[in-house]
Write a protein that binds this ligand. Structure first.
Ligand SMILES: Nc1ncnc2c1ncn2[C@@H]1O[C@H](COP(=O)(O)OP(=O)(O)OP(=O)(O)O)[C@@H](O)[C@H]1O
Length: 351
């Protein structure tokens, strides 16, 4: 009996130690977050080398754009030059992604004009997989062997303010978004339980297939829509008995180019107007957050409404905006616009 009591005491001490350690890790992470701000802006330069480059990467935080004989310098949390590999970029955002297992809501957004490398960054190719493919969180699993994780995955697309469920068969149009306090729910959204990396890749494949089907039915190019992949995870810690919930949202935004540049007419003009509206709403949300406005206009577009849970809350929300830029001189104005957008959100601190 004495031995039994000693053993229970030891277990209790171990639990207390474990809880303390977990708390300390959280405090340290919060401190780090305070130092870095909870929106980080990274710039990625497309990886080809035309003769006429419109910028140079001056350091791993600085990019200098040349236009009409003047040079303009932009500073970001990190600048990835044309030579940066997919792996280097992924390693830069890995700490943020893994914090999701500690109950953080993480949102990674790829922004930039059409052809600047957003899809390459997020999806990549078979040989050079991008963020979405590498985000299988296996590193997180192995880091916490005492925690049993469950994952639910959803994949949606927003085209002309129409929220489409890419995991239902056939894809369902016009999903409704409801606000429930600080969170939002999409009542009819398909969520698939995923357990392994292979499950996640299979679900992505299904989503991509349905995306092609949806774009064929509605007659649009996938680059004209926003693609949002969400992984919701719950981790039950067998030692502390605590369950934490985190969300990882990965978003490949539609091309940000101006309407005048695309010379769009008819349906293409309507698409461009919708894209413009949603990206403007995104900028407005960031600027409202920046000045701690009481009302952040999340509901002005489907995009910001869907992203609200990872942008609006407290210190547990974190975002990383990947600004993709093209090195082509003929794209210099779009490059400048993209970098200006990045600069404007750089100092945003979420509440
Ligand atoms: N860092 C890179 N290294 C090598 N190739 C790249 C890189 N970034 C982009 N590319 C290539 O450039 C082309 C355009 O990239 P991508 O399709 O990713 O652009 P995008 O911004 O997603 O365009 P859209 O908005 O039209 O979907 C693709 O052929 C892609 O493979």
């Amino acid at each position: 009996k004495e031995a039994e009591t000693d053993f229970s005491k030891e277990i209790e001490e171990l639990r207390a130690f474990y809880r303390k350690e977990a708390l300390e890790r959280k405090v340290l992470y919060n401190k780090l977050q305070e130092l870095c701000g909870n929106i980080q802006v990274f710039c990625r330069c497309r990886g080809d080398s035309p003769e006429n480059l419109c910028f140079e990467v001056a350091s791993d935080e600085e990019v200098v754009v040349s236009h009409k004989g003047t040079k303009k310098t932009f500073f970001f949390d990190k600048v990835y030059s044309s030579n940066a590999t997919q792996e280097e970029l992924f390693n830069g955002i890995l700490p943020m992604i893994t914090s999701c297992v500690d109950g953080y809501n993480i949102c990674i957004l790829a922004y930039g004009q059409t052809g600047s490398g957003k899809t390459y960054t997020m999806m990549g190719t078979k040989d050079k997989p991008g963020v979405n493919i590498r985000c299988h969180l296996t590193k997180a699993f192995s880091r916490k062997s005492t925690v049993c994780f469950t994952f639910m995955m959803s994949m949606t697309e927003i085209y002309n303010e129409n929220l489409i469920d890419l995991l239902s068969n056939p894809p369902t149009n016009h999903l409704e978004i409801r606000t429930l306090g600080k969170s939002i729910i999409v009542p009819d959204l398909t969520q698939i339980d995923v357990k392994t990396e292979e499950d996640i890749l299979n679900v992505m494949e299904l989503g991509e297939k349905n995306r092609t089907m949806a774009s064929t039915n509605l007659n649009f190019e996938s680059s004209r829509s926003h693609l949002i992949l969400t992984l919701r995870l719950a981790g039950n810690d067998s030692v502390s008995g605590v369950t934490s919930h985190g969300t990882l949202t990965l978003c490949d935004l539609a091309g940000s180019e101006r309407i005048s540049r695309t010379e769009a007419i008819g349906q293409r003009l309507v698409e461009a107007a919708f894209i413009n509206k949603s990206l403007t709403s995104l900028a407005q949300v960031f600027s409202a957050l920046k000045c701690n406005a009481l009302n952040v206009p999340f509901r002005n577009s489907k995009l910001t409404h869907v992203l609200q849970p990872s942008l609006s809350g407290d210190a547990k929300d974190e975002a990383c905006v990947l600004m993709n830029i093209s090195p082509d001189m003929k794209n210099v104005l779009e490059t400048l616009r993209t970098l200006q957008f990045g600069t404007s959100i750089q100092q945003v601190g979420l509440r």
